[in-house]
Design a protein around this ligand. Structure first.
Ligand code: ZN
Length: 133
């Protein structure tokens, strides 16, 4: 399995965005049918994301195994902590969401997942080790 770091994912999305622009132009001019365009983009994005998810799941399981072994923490401890962290954004929904930021340069939306403005590329200063995760 190849390693995908967050920068590679961001670059892949930027490349796909550029490719989408080109394909949309071609679609408008009748070169590529719209359905084929959507299918191509979906299949290219799903494979790397699935590989990334599998790797993160493996790392989480390995870390949890080590933590249990070294500290004696239990499944109940883990579930309680998951619920606490899940609720930090105000909702128990199985996700950790940060509120969107307004880009100070272009007034667009800074994607918190990538900690980068998707319109102009501005990167806000990071103070959270999980920014971009
Ligand atoms: Zn911006």
């Amino acid at each position: 399995m190849s390693t995908l770091d967050p920068l590679q994912i961001i670059n892949m999305i930027w490349e796909l965005r550029r490719e989408l622009d080109v394909l949309e132009d071609n679609t408008k001019s009748g070169v590529v049918p719209g359905a084929q365009l959507e299918q191509n983009l979906a299949s290219r994005m799903l494979v790397p994301l699935d590989a990334r998810l599998s790797k993160l799941t493996l790392i989480c399981r390995a870390m949890w195994s080590l933590i249990q072994e070294k500290t004696g923490a239990t499944e109940a401890d883990l579930l309680r902590r998951i619920t606490e962290i899940d609720g930090m954004d105000g909702r128990i929904d199985g996700r950790v969401m940060k509120p969107a930021l307004k880009c100070p340069q272009c007034k667009g939306v800074v994607c918190r997942q990538f900690n980068r403005c998707l319109f102009c590329g501005y990167e806000p200063p990071s103070g959270d080790p999980f920014d971009g995760a």
